[in-house]
Write a protein that binds this ligand. Structure first.
Ligand SMILES: *Cc1c(COP(=O)(O)O)cnc(C)c1O
Length: 386
């Protein structure tokens, strides 16, 4: 989104690269902060969606905290000015070094995912003479109705403490003197477009927190994770997700107790629409079935979502002046059959050197890029710095 306004400039940069519409990012952050602010909700930006320092600095300006899934992300957050008191650290398998570093920085809380991990955090905190603040990540067994590869809160998934183990974990807690349980945490999946899924999550949270309180826990914080999806089919029609409806669902359905704070960890919904992958056409040809193929200089190494999740990004030709359209397969240069962005898209007649954009690539785009085939990682440009 936004690249149309800068075509001339963008056409002069070496491709492929990511382009970010910083005005859209700000408008999105405006809506997030005002809608969450209505209810006093606390929002942490999920750094893994896009760890670029300029994006993080913008997020920090709006007062959001961060949700990290590695020591590297905790470090990046701190370097970008996010106060440690607003950083949460989830992650299904945290290393000793990551735990030590986060304790040293005194982050707000660890979202802990297993009994083993609690024991390790307890031991390391003891060695450091610290007390670790912890939210227990519970696997609530809620179907997020999204792609199976981005579902995290079903019983079959590796994430969180399962119902079958909760009792065992709780029995152990009195022996873990260097940890302080301050709340419970959930994150059921990503690209969730059916908002009724979040109602279901609220029901589970209500039941679970009553159970915890019945066991004598004082839960000051409830963290419901992230997962709100974006509109990949029509980014222009819906550049900003419906945060109003999203936060209202939690306000209406989650029974917060006196003095509790509700936390969110949103990644894709905040940065997804503001980024695009810009690429240049290298060649066109026709395969044995008569399909016209456009070969571009970006590949799955730059944007892996189509290969990994069968994701569809809207593709546009930014420079073609043809009034005729054709149906094309758009594929990259990588030596893998899955390196195809789409098998079928209607584009104006497309030729070598045309500039194409793949929209809605701000989340899980550049941060997942890799050097396979010994390729350079794509550069990033920002609308406010052109
Ligand atoms: C990935 C992740 C998020 C963010 O997910 P989005 O779908 O990008 O909102 C939030 N919390 C945790 C624990 C995560 O792993």
């Amino acid at each position: 989104m936004g690249s149309e306004r800068y075509i001339q400039k963008l056409n002069s940069f070496p491709t492929p690269f990511y382009f970010y519409d910083m005005e859209l990012l700000r408008r999105t952050l405006d809506v997030v902060t005002s809608e969450a602010g209505k209810y006093g909700f606390s929002v942490h930006y999920a750094v893994k969606a896009n760890f670029n320092g300029r994006i993080l600095a913008e997020v920090n300006k709006y007062g959001l905290g961060t949700d990290c899934v590695s020591g590297g992300e905790v470090k990046r957050s701190i370097e970008c000015g996010i106060p440690a008191s607003k950083i949460v650290f989830a992650g299904v398998a945290k290393s000793d070094e990551e735990i030590r570093y986060s304790l040293e920085k005194e982050i707000f809380s660890f979202n802990s995912e297993s009994r083993d991990e609690l024991e390790v955090i307890n031991r390391i905190a003891g060695e450091m003479g610290k007390k670790a603040t912890i939210a227990l990540r519970i696997n609530p067994d809620v179907d997020p109705k999204t792609h199976k590869n981005i579902s995290t809160g079903k019983a079959e998934n590796k994430f969180g403490i399962s119902y079958t183990e909760i009792e065992e974990v709780i029995d152990e807690l009195p022996y873990l003197k260097n940890i302080d349980i301050i709340g419970i945490h959930f994150h059921i999946g990503s690209q969730i477009r059916d908002l009724s899924v979040f109602e279901k999550l609220c029901e589970r949270v209500n039941t679970l927190q009553d159970w915890f309180i019945g066991k004598g826990f004082d839960l000051k914080h409830i963290n419901v994770g992230g997962g709100l999806g974006i509109n990949y089919d029509d980014p222009q029609g819906e550049p900003i997700p419906d945060f109003k409806a999203y936060f209202k669902i939690f306000s209406d359905n989650l029974k917060l107790k006196e003095g509790q704070t509700l936390h969110f960890e949103l990644g894709r919904a905040i940065v997804g629409q503001c980024g695009e992958l810009i690429t240049r056409v290298l060649y066109t040809k026709i395969n044995g079935e008569g399909t016209k193929i456009v070969l571009v200089d970006a590949g799955m190494t730059d944007l892996i979502r189509p290969a990994l999740y069968q994701a569809k990004h809207r593709i546009k030709n930014l420079t073609s002046e043809s009034t005729r359209t054709e149906n094309y397969m758009v594929a990259g240069p990588i030596c893998e059959s899955t390196d195809v962005f789409t098998k079928s898209v209607e584009l104006p007649e497309t030729f070598r050197n045309d500039l194409l954009t793949m929209e809605s690539a701000g989340a899980y785009g550049r941060c997942m890029s890799m050097g396979y085939n010994l390729r350079d990682l794509p550069k990033e440009y920002f609308s406010n710095e052109l």
